[in-house]
Structure formats: structure tokens, C-alpha cells
Design a protein. Structure first.
Length: 346
């Protein structure tokens, strides 16, 4: 099982500037590369300090100049916000900038806050329909001289420029949760990204079952890869683990409020959560974070990840956004690289 790092710029107040946080993101990716982590993933989000990533191709092109080996992935671009020609062209340029290190992850998106602002009236179902049209269109564009007449986009014969170094195109990944999304990804020759969020190992197993069912239903397609994304923290003692659980509990409370668009935004900041807000999410209580996320000392984390490897996951992505300070994120990542990853060298 390979390892990757999933990160964005997260900001809850004005204690640090966005420039400082950008530099910290860069340092974490450099640490990941030096430690042998295979890929760094950066997503797309709009108009929220909680996740600052309006165009992951910009971040990845910058990181391409600061690194030499680590693969650089969009985790993910939001399908309905992209025209197929533009997406194929920007992916091609980023693949050139990274000397063939791009992985292209695509999702339907999730935040109603973003839907309301970029495409009013869009919902998850129609966003999913746009993704299912976009993916094969982009694949055909990468091959060149492609004409498209669809429900959402139509254009005459086009070959996007520039063309990617990786041929026929960079590896493509689909963020999948429901069985239909798994089937779509496998049927179209795409790798699969899944996350159990904070639902625990029963959901991890269920997601793998959905993937395996999709593979069985498409026997003519070579088995793609599957990645598990999960919040991870490696600590040296119980006090560090308890602090991590507290912080991740707060993260998921903020995540839920942003996801459901239930808190007002002021200057891009989601309104600070009250004690009552936090208490309204018993499913994100710190003790459940300890159980449902990968939080532990190195041997505990190794044991947990060995179980995921045995389920068949090809890649495990260390989700580092966490409401924690940079120093604590950095220490946790370095412990993961030093103490956990060597157990998977084989």
C-alpha cells in the first residue's frame, strides 16, 4: 500500500496570513516528498477561508517547481465548475509543469455554499450528471480531434492544448461514495478515491465492498486503483492523542456547518462555533474521533493501516487538515513517515 498526503490551506481567524499558510503547505509537501510519500493532493473550494483552494492547478504548478519526485494530484476539481476543454488544457499544462507528475482527480462537489454562488440552482444530483458527462469528454479530448454534443456542453472538433506528457493522459480518479459512482469510475477506467469521513471502519469496509462489486460488474476493465482518504494523527503519548481528538472534533463540526451551509460567512470566515453548536454534533465527540479516525501512537496506526491494506486499498491518504497548529501537523507527519511507513516497505 502506497501513501499520499491530502492538504489544503485552512484558516479559522486572522492569526496567520494566507501567505504564511501557503508557505506552510509548501513545507508539508516537501517533508512528504523527502519522506517517500507518493502523492500530494489538493482540492478545489471557493470563497471559504475554511478551505482555500480556488484552483488546485495553480498550487500544483507552484509545488512542481519546489519538488522533483512527488506526484501532484487534484483532490478534486469540481466537475460542474469546469468546461471540458478548459479542464483538459489546464491539466495538460500542469502535467508539463510537473514533468509528467499530475494525477487528475474529479468530483461532483459537495458544498451547497459553493453551488449557490457559482451555479445557482445546482444540486448534488445535477452535479453528478455533469460529472458523468465531463469525464468521458475529457478522456476523448486528451486523445485529440474530438467533437462533443451533450446535455451540458457542445463544441466542434477540438484538440486541447497543451497536450500532457503522460499518454494517453494523466491517471484519472473519481471521488465515489454510492454504488453508481463506483460503477461509473470503474467502467470508465478511472481510479477511485473514497473517504469514510468520521464514520469508522464499518464504512471503510462498505466502501471497499462497493468498489469490488463495481469491478466484478465490469470484468472487461482492468482493475483500477482505490485510495482511502482519512484524517490521521500520529502522537507520542495519550495527551497528544487526546488533543488531536479534540481538534478533529472541532474540524468536523466546522465541516458540517460549511457542508450544510448552516452558518453565516463574514469576510470568508464561517461564524465561530459556540459550545452549543459543538454539543449538537454528538457523532463528532472526541471519544468517537479516537475510535473512528486513525489517531494513535505509531504501532496502533500501523495495525489499523495493515487492516486497510488487507482489505485491498492501494493507497492510503493522510488527511492533514485538522484545526491544529502547523507545528503539530508537522510533528505528526514526520512521525508517520519515520515510524509508520517503514512497516509497509514490502
Amino acid at each position: 500500500m502506497k501513501f499520499s498526503l491530502f492538504l489544503q490551506i485552512e484558516r479559522y481567524d486572522e492569526t496567520k496570513s494566507q501567505s504564511e499558510l501557503f508557505d506552510e503547505m509548501t513545507e508539508l509537501v516537501r517533508i512528504a516528498e523527502e519522506g517517500g510519500i507518493e502523492t500530494a493532493w489538493i482540492g478545489e473550494h471557493h470563497a471559504m477561508e475554511f478551505t482555500i483552494a480556488p484552483n488546485p492547478f495553480i498550487n500544483l504548478s507552484y509545488l512542481a517547481a519546489k519538488t522533483s519526485k512527488i506526484r501532484l494530484g487534484t483532490g478534486n476539481v469540481i466537475a460542474p465548475f469546469w468546461h471540458p476543454i478548459r479542464l483538459a488544457g489546464e491539466a495538460g499544462m500542469t502535467d508539463i509543469a510537473s514533468q509528467g507528475r499530475l494525477d487528475l482527480g474529479i468530483a461532483r462537489g459537495a458544498y451547497n455554499f459553493e453551488y449557490e454562488r457559482l451555479m445557482p440552482g445546482l444540486d448534488a444530483m445535477s452535479a453528478g450528471a455533469r460529472m458523468r458527462e465531463l469525464v468521458p469528454a475529457v478522456q476523448n479530448l486528451f486523445r485529440g480531434d474530438y467533437e462533443h454534443k451533450g446535455e451540458f456542453w457542445s463544441f466542434p472538433m477540438t484538440t486541447p492544448q497543451p497536450r500532457p506528457i503522460q499518454q494517453p493522459h494523466p491517471p484519472m480518479w473519481i471521488a465515489a461514495r454510492d454504488p453508481n459512482s463506483h460503477d461509473f469510475a470503474v467502467r470508465n477506467g478511472c481510479n477511485v478515491q473514497v473517504t469514510s469521513l468520521a464514520s469508522g471502519d464499518a464504512e471503510v469496509a462498505s466502501l471497499m465492498d462497493r468498489f469490488q462489486t463495481a469491478c466484478a460488474a465490469n470484468p472487461e476493465v482492468p482493475r483500477p486503483k482505490i485510495m482511502m482518504l482519512m484524517h490521521t494523527f500520529v502522537g507520542e503519548n495519550e495527551a497528544e492523542l487526546d488533543d488531536a481528538a479534540q481538534d478533529l472534533s472541532k474540524f468536523y463540526c466546522y465541516f458540517s456547518k460549511c457542508f450544510k451551509n448552516e452558518k453565516p460567512m463574514h469576510q470568508g470566515f464561517v461564524e465561530s462555533l459556540t459550545a452549543e453548536d459543538i454539543a449538537s454534533f454528538p457523532n463528532y465527540a472526541p471519544e468517537l474521533m479516537r475510535k473512528n479516525l486513525v489517531i494513535g501512537q505509531p504501532q496502533d496506526v500501523i495495525q489499523r493501516l495493515k487492516a486497510y491494506e488487507s482489505l485491498g486499498f492501494d493507497q492510503y491518504s493522510f488527511w492533514i487538515d485538522s484545526h491544529m497548529s502547523f507545528e503539530r501537523k508537522k510533528k505528526s507527519l514526520e512521525l508517520f513517515i519515520k515510524e509508520v511507513m517503514p512497516a509497509f516497505n514490502g
